[in-house]
Design a protein around this ligand. Structure first.
Ligand code: FMN
Length: 365
């Protein structure tokens, strides 16, 4: 008898067994030597927990809110392009899994199903992730997202140029499915080139959006704006001055640029800048409930997972995504109690020890 996966790594191993090699590589790959991808994990491993005992932890509260929207626990689904490479249900399966776990999914611009189809399949909240590929395309996408009931726009800022991954070049990888948000043609493909979902590697045909153009972006919609991929206090300062509502600290899973700090190492300087002005979230390398607690203890409001959604989807469609999320929930619940904490929104200071040199020895949060 085959046992159910007991952790996210079980989902990963099973996904590798069922996925075609090139699809597996596309999902797993990182930029260049994949140092940032690995560092996203090793940095989490380098943080230690400081548990507190002899307390009443019989009831623990995992619910929280992101930009005012309730979610049942502080783990969200990251925006990732093209879920049909893992399962024919694609993003509609993923969003059903997220809904079963009562949490939020961010939908990528480069999804295989359209944002309207995904909204129809959803039972939980959605944010729309935007790759800016020209003013007309951005206006069209943002307005559709608002009409379809998405609750925020997440502008990805960390892909100014194409970043083909060496695994994909070797595999001559080409995504076989059209992009759902652009109709059933492959015409939009070159426009999206340079993003994570690029089927070929031509330079993007339009320049990246600039800070001074965020006002224009905001004028298109009443939805709140989150910036995804900010890595430094300097950029966080400008973002806050521009009035963004949230920052998702992310290395894009180490997929666009190598040799940077991990996301969790960058988190403290950004939290410092954003305090009280913008919510801060984190993704990149989250695989355990203890990782979630570590990020929250360092000031993140919630975290996101990217690759694990494909693992769940590949193994068992919507149920696999739900199963993957429920493993994270159970681990978070357990580690919360073991650390003497009862509320993810109200963690006490001193829950973690970080390697010397991180954040100049300050206490978290
Ligand atoms: C296959 C794949 C496709 C992705 N596509 C997008 C995308 O379209 N837009 C985006 O902002 N981020 C994209 N990402 C990055 C994720 O949103 C997220 O930042 C990253 O996966 C988090 O790291 P993790 O995979 O270690 O959890 C993608 C990631 C993967 C693995």
């Amino acid at each position: 008898m085959r046992l159910d996966p007991v952790n996210l790594y079980d989902y990963e191993a099973r996904a590798q067994q069922v996925l075609p090699h090139a699809n597996w590589d596309f999902i797993a790959g990182g930029s260049k030597d994949e140092i940032t991808t690995q560092r996203n994990r090793s940095a989490f491993d380098a943080i230690s927990l400081r548990p507190r005992f002899l307390r009443d932890v019989s009831e623990r509260k995992l619910e929280t809110t992101v930009l005012g929207t309730p979610i049942s626990f502080p783990v969200m689904i990251c925006p990732t392009g093209g879920h049909k490479i893992a399962h024919p249900d694609g993003e509609c399966g993923t969003v059903r899994g997220a809904g079963m776990s009562k949490t939020l999914m961010m939908l990528s611009t480069s999804s295989h199903y359209s944002m309207e189809e995904v909204a129809k399949a959803a039972s939980g909240p959605l944010w729309f992730q935007l790759y800016h590929r020209g003013y007309e395309a951005t206006q069209m996408l943002v307005q559709r997202a608002e009409n379809a009931g998405y609750k925020a726009v997440v502008l990805t800022v960390d892909t100014p140029l194409p970043a083909p991954k060496e695994r994909d070049i070797r595999n001559r990888y080409e995504n076989p499915f059209p992009l759902g948000n652009f109709g059933a043609t492959t015409e939009a493909m070159p426009e999206m080139s340079g993003t994570d979902e690029a089927p070929n590697w031509q330079p993007a045909r339009v320049p990246a959006l600039l800070w001074k153009e965020l006002d224009w972006l905001r004028s298109l919609t009443s939805l709140p704006l989150v910036l995804k991929g900010v890595r430094t206090a300097e950029d966080a300062h400008v973002a806050v001055e521009c009035g963004v509502n949230g920052i998702l600290v992310s290395t894009h899973g180490g997929r666009q640029m190598d040799a940077t700090l991990s996301a969790i190492e960058s988190l403290p300087e950004i939290v410092d800048v954003c305090k009280g002005q913008a919510e801060v979230y984190l993704d990149s390398g989250v695989r355990r409930g203890s990782d979630v607690l570590k990020a929250l203890a360092m000031g993140a409001r919630a975290v996101g997972v990217g690759r694990p959604l494909y693992w769940g989807l590949a193994v068992d469609g919507a149920n696999g995504v739900h199963g993957m999320l429920e493993l994270l929930r159970a681990e978070l619940d357990q580690v919360l109690g073991y650390c003497g904490q009862t509320d993810v929104q109200n963690l006490e200071r001193g829950l973690i020890t970080v390697p010397s040199g991180w954040g100049n020895g300050k206490m978290y949060p």
